[in-house]
Design a protein around this ligand. Structure first.
Ligand code: BGC
Length: 765
């Protein structure tokens, strides 16, 4: 743990006291978002200290020219980055002519609160300026879920020790740079500035991708809860519009500036309509009013929590953490738009470019599938279907043919963006996760129509890839897959990574199974797909040949599958024998030392066992867990959750709890000393999985919903909710009993501790 300043609270993230050294960490932690946009928790007023300003718009990216030391054929030309967007939150304040800047005055009673129940961010403090004036400030900000192009700020100031002349300079600033720009270039071009009637808009265009965004602000004032009109001076610069207002404010009198901010963008509107739409939107919001908009926000978050809340009794920090994870996931992705996805850092930072990784399929889909309407998971699957052509092109670039599809490791629009050969070309297991997600979705929803309409084509492309990527080894008399990187990125260019080979085999078999199902149940779709893909029976037999003869490295001595061929040549020394000062090894060791070592970054063989748990006996799971976990350093945020789930499965509750703690408060307590760069959004889904699949033992397999709830000894009780195809269930467990509540009333069959029950209202065991 690197930090411990977040005040424990069940529904809020709270920081008390002003600490410039954790400011950028707090900017990440207190981030707000509504699926369509998001912002780091930067101050509205000027801050001259160290800060990382960040506002992001979902789907708006820039293809930043690739920067690598040694170019390899097949590298993508660019890395798509979610762009740091024009800033509309800014309000500079002067009090009796002196700038309000928390870096330059005495700050007391500083408090921030991110209210997760209702979806708003509040900051209060008292500042004593150099000129002797003391002011109290309260700023409340949220990004509306209901009107997702709009955000609102209410910023209140009260002079405490004397009346003061207060100057407000709200602005929109489009002169923004990405911190992670490869060549320090600007990514936005300004097209138009409009300023009238207390409103301003800057229309800007992303270079190359040519997205257009109208960023807007609308200003109003209140004194004593009454709207007041103040004259203002406009300043229109090339990339910035500032309005300046002045008001004399009495001692202990409060003045409030209300600022609406907006992004209206060309993915959703015609370019020529951007400003007009923005103006009419402000009109609508103005008639609704700040207070009512906030009420809508509360209602909309109540709806989200109704099907997703997890309650933990007896451990306030664990309670706060799980809600934080659920809250941030919902702030990042709202599920209606098939063009959007979930970046590993969401809207909270720039690392990973905000692009899509296998994290979505392996971790996030189960969360959204169980807490939202099934259309949300379906949309995430469709995102990949829509990228199938690009995945086929991507495979062609690498020499594959005949419709073989290789999905990218990192993408924004379906094209590969990653450019380290050992990952771009070798971390091909991602292709399997995309099929696994369809399987997972089908097990949960039984929506075979999805497969007929979209999924089967993806399965064919991926099966073709695995068939071509494997080669026959005469020496082994088996098919092998050479030169890969498994999920454990601390090994590169290995042969026969168990996880990759297993997924390849499974993807082929699963594609063939679904070909048969679709042929029988959706003959027209079947014909359409066969015609489109030119799939012939001989080809399918060739795939199956590869699957049947797939090679898996195995150790007779340890009775476990080996992570890759030759793994046992390594010095196998458990992690607990590594000196503390050498951890994390990715910061302390040279890369070659890491590669030669036995240490595993994140679940690899165990990721496979987690995915296909029902193909392994409990004894096998225990053997593999006992072999691999002690040499795993969990230096990816995606690692502890998989181990927590497996540990719970094999009754190692202490281990499961230890792993749970590592995933749940990873960002709040900044375990990896990097939270200032942004939050680990995708691993937050893993935290949810640790409770629901780990402690709750929930599985959906072959149309059966099963539970096996256990509880860590440290907790009094916990409960979670799931939306099972429209039926909302609450599962409660304490140290003595296990209860199930059917909140919808439609009967559902569940299996608990191996016995089947029909759940209509309540069941207590
Ligand atoms: C992990 C990958 C993951 C990526 C983005 C890396 O550190 O090793 O598995 O996809 O982060 O979260």
């Amino acid at each position: 743990m690197n930090q411990d300043y977040i005040v424990p609270n069940a529904w809020s993230i709270i920081e008390e006291g002003f600490n410039p050294s954790t400011l950028t960490a707090s900017e990440s932690i207190f981030s707000i978002g509504n699926g369509a946009m998001g912002q780091r928790a930067n101050f509205e007023e000027k801050y001259s200290g160290n800060t990382f300003q960040g506002s992001y718009i979902a789907g708006i990216y820039y293809p930043d020219k690739t920067r690598v030391g040694w170019w390899k054929n097949g590298y993508p030309e660019y890395f798509a980055k979610v762009l740091n967007a024009p800033n509309w939150i800014g309000i500079n304040i002067k009090i009796n002519g002196e700038e309000l800047d928390l870096n330059n005055c005495k700050v007391s009673e500083f408090k921030r609160e991110l209210n997760m129940k209702e979806g708003w961010l509040q900051r209060t403090f008292i500042a004593e300026l150099k000129n002797g004036v003391e002011v109290k400030v309260n700023s409340l900000r949220f990004l509306s879920l209901r009107f997702n192009e709009i955000g609102a700020v209410k910023y209140r100031i009260t002079p405490l020790n004397a009346g003061a002349e207060i100057e407000f300079s709200p602005y929109i600033d489009a002169g923004i740079k990405n911190e992670d720009a490869n060549y320090d270039e600007l990514f936005w071009k300004i097209l138009e500035t409009v300023a009238e009637d207390n409103q301003a808009f800057i229309v800007s265009k992303t270079l190359k991708t040519e997205f257009q965004v109208a960023t807007g602000m609308r200003i109003s004032f209140e004194k004593n809860q009454q709207e007041i009109l103040l004259p203002y001076i406009k300043k229109i610069e090339a990339k910035k519009i500032t309005f300046t207002y002045q008001s004399s404010v009495q001692q202990n009198e409060e003045i409030t500036i209300c600022k609406l901010g907006s992004y209206v963008q060309s993915m959703n509107h015609e370019i020529k309509e951007l400003v007009n739409h923005n103006i009419s939107l402000f009109k609508v919001i103005n008639s609704i009013g700040f207070q009512q908009l906030l009420e809508f926000q509360k209602e909309d978050w109540t709806k989200i929590w109704k099907t997703s809340d997890i309650v933990i009794e007896g451990d306030l920090k664990a309670q706060q953490a799980i809600r934080f994870n659920i809250f941030q996931l919902n702030q990042t992705y709202s599920g209606e738009d098939t063009r959007l996805n979930i970046g590993p850092k969401g809207f909270t930072g720039e690392k990973y470019g905000g692009s899509t990784y296998w994290d979505t399929e392996a971790y996030c889909i189960p969360f959204f599938m169980s807490t939202k309407d099934k259309s949300v998971a379906r949309n995430l699957l469709k995102y990949r279907f829509n990228h199938l052509e690009k995945a086929i092109e991507n495979a062609e670039k690498l020499g594959f043919k005949n419709g073989a599809a290789l999905y990218p490791m990192v993408t924004m629009n379906g094209e590969e963006c990653h450019n380290e050969w050992e990952i771009t070309f070798e971390e091909i297991h991602r292709n399997g996760a995309i099929i696994y997600a369809i399987y997972n979705y089908l097990n949960y929803t039984n929506d075979l129509e999805y497969v007929a309409e979209y999924g089967l084509e993806v399965m064919i492309g991926v099966a073709r890839f695995w068939h071509q990527r494997a080669n026959f080894s005469v020496e082994k008399n088996k098919y092998v897959i050479l030169g890969v990187t498994g999920p454990n990125e601390y090994e590169n260019n290995v042969n026969n990574n168990f996880y990759t080979n297993y997924l390849a085999q499974w993807c082929i078999e699963y594609a063939v199974k679904n070909l048969k199902k679709v042929k029988k149940k959706f003959p027209e779709d079947y014909k359409r797909i066969i015609d489109k893909t030119n799939l012939e029976e001989t080809e399918v037999s060739a795939w199956l040949q590869v699957a049947e003869l797939m090679y898996f490295p195995y150790s007779q001595k340890h009775n476990v599958y080996l992570q890759q061929g030759g793994f046992l040549d390594k010095d196998i020394i458990p992690v607990d024998q590594l000196p503390k000062e050498e951890r994390p090894i990715n910061q302390k060791w040279s890369w070659d030392r890491i590669l030669r070592s036995c240490y595993i970054k994140q679940a690899d063989v165990l990721q496979g066992i987690y995915f296909f748990e029902n193909k392994f006996s409990t004894d096998e799971i225990i053997r593999h867990f006992d072999f691999y976990e002690p040499i795993t350093v969990h230096e990816s945020s995606l690692s502890p959750c998989v181990h927590a789930i497996l540990a719970a499965k094999i009754n190692k509750m202490d281990k499961a709890y230890e792993m749970y703690l590592r995933t749940a408060r990873l960002d709040l307590d900044d375990y990896n000393n990097e939270v200032h760069e942004g939050l680990h959004i995708t691993s937050m889904a893993g935290t949810w999985l640790s409770i629901v699949q780990g402690f709750g033992g929930m599985r959906t397999f072959k149309k059966k919903l099963t539970f096996n709830p256990q509880i860590p000894k440290e907790w009094k009780s916990y409960s979670f909710k799931i939306n099972y195809n429209g039926i909302v269930l609450k599962i409660y467990k304490n140290q003595d009993i296990t209860s199930f509540f059917n909140e919808t009333g439609t009967p559902v069959t569940i299996e608990v501790y191996g016995k089947s029950y029909e759940l209509v209202n309540e069941l207590t065991l």
